[in-house]
Write a protein that binds this ligand. Structure first.
Ligand SMILES: Nc1ncnc2c1ncn2[C@@H]1O[C@H](COP(=O)(O)OP(=O)(O)OP(=O)(O)O)[C@@H](O)[C@H]1O
Length: 301
């Protein structure tokens, strides 16, 4: 199995401050790897090291099995969290300039830009200035800047921020398409549902350290199931009194309950069956959002 991107035990200090502490991760070809963490956790610092913009104090980074070299500049694409387009310059002018810096021929870059503007349903933006565009549409242009040169390794920092739901879907589809073409993608987001949809493997950082890492399904399975969904033909009174139930919320067609232990789930089922017809009973895995909040939520900076 090929891992075009390997980060080994990497540390980065800024004076006394450790921004990243002994982080390791491996991203496969054709994978979107999720890098998660609260504000200030160390995600951007990690991404900037992967891009070769800053150097680790300790540890190694390997790109296609080798150390940093100049050609990587054209093999990598970066969507930074802070957008960096010039408001007063025409979109075609700056995107083509950036593409040429990445080694593209002018004519190929023009062709690629037009193709992406079509795909993002904004073909008439070629001659527009960035400042004339809405924030969401500027984000689409910034995304094009990151991928126009067809990079093998993509670093996407909060790729969907500032987008409306339709454009989130458009970019999500694009990112999945790039994965299916065999790109190697490092992806950060604060929106856990996006990570759940796109990433098989994740690394969760907290205050510069790794606090959770691995296959997302395995991680979820390792957390206790504390939520039960119950739907019954008629209402069921007194569920909050069932031993081990910590809360009951009514919802459309039924209830969502929180439980303190696995036995409580069976008691809920029995209690409900004795009083009504059970139409749905499901013991839910925690969502990634719940896991994130449990791990770092109470300690946000
Ligand atoms: N150039 C720098 N000089 C000093 N400290 C820095 C520098 N860059 C980052 N840090 C510190 O390192 C830590 C990690 O920052 P980083 O930007 O990597 O976090 P992040 O996970 O990307 O956060 P966010 O989600 O807010 O973007 C923070 O405490 C930050 O203040």
């Amino acid at each position: 199995m090929t891992h075009p991107l390997i980060v080994q035990d990497v540390t980065k200090q800024y004076g006394d401050k450790t921004a990243v502490n002994r982080i390791g991760l491996q991203v496969k070809q054709g994978e979107i790897y999720g890098l998660l963490g609260a504000n200030g956790a160390g995600k951007t610092t990690t991404m900037r090291m992967v891009l070769g913009l800053i150097y680790p104090d300790e540890g190694n980074i390997l790109w296609n099995g080798q150390g940093y070299r100049e050609e990587l500049r054209s093999l990598m694409g970066y969507l930074p969290e802070e957008r960096g387009l010039y408001p007063k310059v025409k979109i075609s002018e700056q995107i083509l300039y950036l593409a040429e810096l990445k080694g593209m021929k002018r004519r190929d870059a023009e062709h690629s830009l037009k193709m992406w503007l079509e795909r993002f349903e904004v073909p008439d933006y070629y001659n527009r200035k960035v400042e004339e565009l809405s924030k969401g549409n500027q984000q689409k242009i910034q995304f094009i800047a990151a991928i126009i040169h067809n990079p093998e390794i993509l670093i996407l920092d909060e790729a969907f921020s500032g987008l409306d739901p339709v454009n989130v879907e458009l970019l999500k589809k694009t990112v999945k398409g790039l994965r299916d073409e065999g790109k190697t993608i490092l992806f950060s987001s604060h929106r856990m549902e996006h990570v759940e949809e796109l990433c098989q493997n994740i690394c969760m950082l907290h205050r510069s350290n790794t606090i959770l890492q691995g296959n997302l399904k395995d991680i979820k399975a390792s957390f206790p199931k504390e939520r039960v969904v119950l739907e019954t033909a008629t209402s069921v009174e007194g569920l909050e009194k069932v031993l081990g139930v910590t809360s009951v919320n009514e919802r459309l067609n039924g209830y969502e309950l929180r439980i303190a232990n696995p036995e409580a789930a069976q008691r809920i089922l029995q209690y409900a069956m004795e009083r009504s017809t059970v139409q749905r009973f499901q013991i839910m895995e925690p969502t990634l959002n719940e896991i994130f909040i449990q791990k770092v939520g109470s300690q946000h900076e």
